[in-house]
Design a protein around this ligand. Structure first.
Ligand code: HEM
Ligand SMILES: *[C@@H]1O[C@H](CO)[C@@H](O)[C@H](O)[C@H]1NC(C)=O
Ligand SMILES: *[C@@H]1O[C@H](CO)[C@@H](O)[C@H](O)[C@H]1NC(C)=O
Ligand SMILES: *[C@@H]1O[C@H](CO)[C@@H](O)[C@H](O)[C@H]1NC(C)=O
Ligand SMILES: *[C@@H]1O[C@H](CO)[C@@H](O)[C@H](O)[C@H]1NC(C)=O
Ligand SMILES: *[C@@H]1O[C@H](CO)[C@@H](O)[C@H](O)[C@H]1NC(C)=O
Ligand SMILES: *[C@@H]1O[C@H](CO)[C@@H](O)[C@H](O)[C@H]1NC(C)=O
Ligand SMILES: *[C@@H]1O[C@H](CO)[C@@H](O)[C@H](O)[C@H]1NC(C)=O
Length: 527
């Protein structure tokens, strides 16, 4: 089989018989794909937060339902849109768990992977982390910037009011029973939030004995009357909303959920429906699949010895036992000098999971989708101006011809062709306790008139409301960093806590915007 190496915008790549998706580097789709299958944004460190009592997954699932629960599907109002961040002072949204869950998502905020998508991703990760099913993830949610209507169901309300509320949310009575049973597989009820049900100071009563595992014990315990679910057995019957809901069709739906496989697949369906409930006018992407090949990270630094050091990590899905990746580049100024032999390098290290650096723990999904990471570290002369990188992967799984990874034909390019680039290594070295000093290398023979950084400042935001604001700082030449023959260095400090940034370079009246992810693709490195 032959490949078409330079077909632009080809969104699918054929490998053997399997069709796998390709997501253009730095496109929102690429960012969703990386967030979902690699992290490091939703990593096990977040799931290991220990101050919660309930499983973190429980808090992530509950915050998603409370975000969605005031939706009016027919009117096209509400859904997963982060409006919950503006609704936390309402009696229908009690509890530290909702605030903590939103805080978990703040530091991974980017315009693409915004809080609304993060709330949906939290459900995907939460369920898998707790041993539950994998729900397909679609991106593209849009954030609300103010509260929505009232409408989260509360336990003391009647069955009729709950049925109406779920109908407003686009869910039938059967789906109501299913979604409540699925949600209440995790976590429990806290004394400070519902002292009527859990009177003992500071205690938690879990919905079942396996509150951190996504299983159907909440169903079987209900059916055989061994349950301690407070929403079934509360002393004051007014609060037994799960009992009224579970019993509302004569236990028919609950009996079907007593089968573990049926529970998992039913929950996957209704949870997916929950996270894909979005306001009218929002269009979600296709489900994000793992990409066959991509560049995971590219770090660049100007060395004093007239060399530019490039460190690139690629990732290759479902590797066979033996494979080899070669990187190639072109030289914008001397294309003829740049033969295959001269302008290429082979991988220095090859590793399975976890993704390097080790500090960015992989997500659970990365272990479901096995990747092989190839890391290249090589120097090029600072006089060389590479305008495109691409890769050839030899792997018996793809046949005799190598797989060409060229970002849909565009190559993995740097917008400003190494005349201005974020010096990743110097930036990481310049970090201090309360600010990060961004270091940009500027080719002396092609100086811009201005370089600035726009960053999303999330430090000023205290829960409940989340209104990230954009600040701008200008770079200035910094003689304290020894220039090289080709480059001088400009710096700008950025205070913690910021979440994402872009660099703007102005030269000859032209503005070039370098997206953050074209500079450093590993947020954990800089946060
Ligand atoms: C009539 C509908 C519902 C009522 C009345 C209700 C009520 C409650 C109550 C009172 C709590 C205890 C919260 C706390 O103490 O902080 C709770 C927890 C929880 N609910 Fe619901 N719920 C409903 C539907 C749902 C749905 C549809 C889901 C998800 C699909 C869900 C997911 C959760 C989870 C995961 C927790 C545990 C949170 C934690 O432990 O931090 N609930 N629910
Ligand atoms: C999270 O907890 C698990 C299980 O205790 C442990 O294996 C893992 O190393 C922890 N991850 C982090 C980043 O602390
Ligand atoms: C049960 O709770 C409801 C709502 O708070 C309250 O009106 C009622 O008096 C309580 N009943 C008993 C027996 O405590
Ligand atoms: C449903 O199951 C519960 C718990 O076992 C039981 O109390 C209730 O009577 C059942 N409802 C019907 C209609 O059988
Ligand atoms: C860098 O290149 C310049 C010009 O070729 C040369 O004068 C200088 O000695 C070089 N510096 C180093 C450290 O090699
Ligand atoms: C590129 O090739 C030209 C002409 O063949 C030669 O003069 C020049 O020195 C070469 N430049 C580099 C950077 O190798
Ligand atoms: C790149 O150049 C630096 C400085 O001369 C050197 O220390 C390093 O070993 C070189 N790296 C590679 C991969 O050749
Ligand atoms: C950063 O904080 C650590 C621990 O608090 C301290 O030891 C160190 O001196 C600080 N460094 C700077 C540059 O302020």
């Amino acid at each position: 089989m032959r490949f078409l190496p330079f077909l632009p915008f080809l969104l699918q790549v054929q490998i053997g018989v399997a069709i796998v998706p390709f997501y253009p580097w730095f496109s929102p789709l690429w960012q969703y794909e990386e967030s979902l299958y690699i992290g490091p944004y939703f990593n096990t460190a977040k799931l290991n937060r220990t101050d919660a009592g309930s499983a973190i997954a429980a808090e992530w699932v509950r915050v998603a339902y409370h975000d969605m629960a005031n939706a009016d599907v027919e009117a096209g109002i509400g859904g997963i849109d982060m409006s919950i961040a503006f609704e936390l002072d309402r009696p229908e949204n009690p509890g530290q768990g909702l605030k903590d869950a939103l805080n978990d998502f703040r530091t991974i905020y980017t315009p693409t992977l915004n809080m609304a998508d993060s709330i949906a991703l939290g459900v995907v990760f939460g369920l898998v982390a707790a041993g539950g099913p994998l729900i397909p993830f679609r991106g593209g949610r849009i954030e609300a910037r103010s509260a929505g209507p009232l409408g989260v169901p509360q336990p003391q309300e009647s069955l009729e009011s709950h049925t109406d509320a779920f109908r407003r949310q686009g869910l039938s009575t059967t789906e109501m029973i299913q979604l409540v049973a699925c949600g209440h597989s995790l976590g429990g009820v806290r004394n400070p939030d519902f002292a009527d049900m859990v009177p003992e100071d500071g205690t938690h009563k879990f919905f079942d004995s396996t509150q951190a595992t996504f299983d159907n014990n909440v169903v079987t315990g209900y059916l055989d009357s061994t349950t301690e679910n407070p929403l079934v057995v509360a002393q004051n019957a007014t609060f037994r909303s799960d009992l009224r809901i579970f019993n509302s069709d004569g236990n028919k739906t609950m009996e079907a959920l007593a089968n573990a496989d049926a529970f998992a697949s039913t929950c996957a369906t209704v949870m997916e429906k929950m996270i894909n409930t979005v306001p009218g006018g929002v269009t979600l992407t296709e489900p994000i699949e793992p990409a066959q090949f991509t560049v995971a990270r590219m770090l660049i630094t100007a060395l004093v010895a007239n060399q530019t050091q490039i460190s690139v990590t690629t990732r290759w899905l479902n590797p066979s036992s033996n494979n080899k990746v070669t990187i190639f580049w072109t030289d914008k100024l001397h294309p003829d000098n740049c033969t295959r032999e001269i302008c290429s390098a082979t991988a220095k290290t090859v590793s399975e999971q976890p993704v390097e650096p080790a500090s960015s723990a992989p997500t659970i999904l990365a272990t479901i989708n096995p990747y092989r990471f190839h890391k290249f570290v090589f120097n090029i002369s600072s006089t060389v101006v590479p305008d495109k990188f691409w890769f050839e992967v030899e792997d018996s799984a793809v046949g005799d011809e190598p797989f060409i990874g060229n970002n849909g034909g565009q190559g993995f390019t740097r917008l400003d062709n190494f005349d201005v680039f974020l010096d990743s290594v110097k930036t990481l070295e310049a970090a201090t306790n309360d600010s990060l000093v961004f270091v940009v290398a500027v080719r002396k023979s092609n100086r811009p008139s201005k370089i600035s950084i726009d960053y999303v400042d999330i430090s000023a935001d205290a829960a409940p409301e989340f209104n990230p604001k954009i600040d701008t700082n200008d770079f200035s030449p910094d003689p304290s960093i020894v220039p090289t023959f080709e480059y001088e260095f400009w710096t700008a400090p950025v205070p913690f806590l910021f979440s994402t940034y872009t660099l703007t370079v102005v030269r000859d009246g032209q503005r070039i915007v370098l997206d953050k992810d074209q500079l450093i693709t590993d947020r954990v490195n800089i946060l």
